[in-house]
Design a protein around this ligand. Sequence first.
Ligand code: SF4
Ligand code: SF4
Length: 403
Amino acid sequence: MNVQPDVSFINYLKGAGGDTLKKCYQCATCSVRCPLSSDEKPFPRKEMIWAGWGVKENLLADPDVFLCHNCGDCSTYCPRGAKPAETLGAIRAYAYTHYGWPAGLAKLATSAKNLPMLIGIPALLTFVFWLLSGAMGFPTKEEFATYGYTHFFGHWEFKWYAKNIFFIVLLTLPPLALALFSLYKGLTNLWKAMAAEANIASTYRPSVIQFTTQFLWPATVEIFKHNRFKECTTNTDRVRGHLPLMLAFVGLFIVTSWSLVKQDILGLIWPSLHGPLPLTDPFKILANISAIALIFGTWVLWSSRSKSESEGKTSRTFYDWFLLWMIMAVGVTGLGAQVLRWINLVEVGYITYFAHLVTVVMLFLYLPYTKLAHIAYRTTAMAFERFRESSFAKPAIEQPLKM
Ligand code: SF4
Ligand code: SF4
C-alpha cells in the first residue's frame, strides 16, 4: 500500500477528539470488544491505523466509520487509553464537512468561534421575515388568548391561505430544501466512494424498489429497534436517551406533516381549519408528548456526556455539544412558548416563540453538517452494508474496478 499521509488531517483529528490517537499500539483489543464489529470486517483497529497514517480518502470511504454507534466500549477497554471511539467520532465530523454542500456553510458549522454567525444568520432571517410581514409587535392579552401564535406573522382576509402559514413556510422551507439537497449530494458521493473502495462495479444496480425493500427498509427498521445500540455494554444510558429522542423527532415530523396538510391543503377547502389546535386535539397531544420526550432524551444524553467527560473517558467537542444545545433549545423554546401562552404572558411568549423559530431554522439549515447528519449517513452505511453482501455486489467484486 502506497501511503500518502495527510498531515493536516492528522492534526485535525488530534484537535477534534482524536488527540490520543498516537498512543495506539495495534493490539486489536478494541476490535475484539466492539459489539458491532464482525470477524470478517473488524473495526475500529484498522481505522486507528489509517487515522495514524493520515490516509483520509480510505477513511472517508469506509462504511464502518458510520456503522459505529459511538457506544464507547472500545475506548473503555483500550489498554493504552487511545480512545478509538473519539477518533471515529472525529472522522465522522470531518466526513460531514467533506461531503457537505455548499462547502462554505459546511465549514461554518464546524467551529465554536463561528457561533455568533451560526445563530445570527437564522435570527436575522426570522427577524427580516417578521419585519416584512408587517406584523412585528405584540398583540393584546385578549388577542393572544384567542389566537396564540397564529397571528405572529399577521393576518389577512384571504381565507384560502393563512398569512402566518405563508410566512412560516417561506422561512423554513428553503433551509430544509437546501439541507435535503445537500444530503442528497453528500450521500451520493459517499455511496460512490464506498462502492469504489469495496471494488464494486456499477454494472449491477438495484432498481429503486429493490434498493428500498432489500437494503434501505431493513436498515431503517433496525435503527428504529435500536438493536445495535442495545449491544453496548458500558454506556447503556445512551439507549435511554437516544430512543425517546428519535421517537420525539418522528412524532414532531407527523405533527408538522399533518399541520401542513391541514393548513395548506384542507384549509383551502375548509378555511375554518386555520388556527391554533385545541389542547385536546390528538395531534396537539402528540406534539406535547414529543416535545417532552425531546427534552427528556436530550437531557439523558447531556448528562451521560457530561459524566463521561468528567471521568476523562471522552473529550469535550463542539461537534457533540452544538447538537445537544440546539435540540434542547428547540424543545425548551417550543414547550416554553406554549406554557407562556397558557398563562397569557404576551411579550415573553412572543420572544420565546421568536427564539423557537430561530432554533428550528438552525436545525434545518445545519442538519447536513452537524452530528444530526448521522441519521442519514448511518442509514446509508447500514444499507450499503447489506448491499455489499448481496448478489448485486458479489459478482462485481471479482471484476476489475471500473472508474
Ligand atoms: S486503539 Fe487501543 S485497543 Fe485499539 S488497537 Fe489501539 S491500543 Fe489496541
Ligand atoms: S464506539 Fe462502540 S460501536 Fe464504535 S467502534 Fe467503539 S465499540 Fe464499536
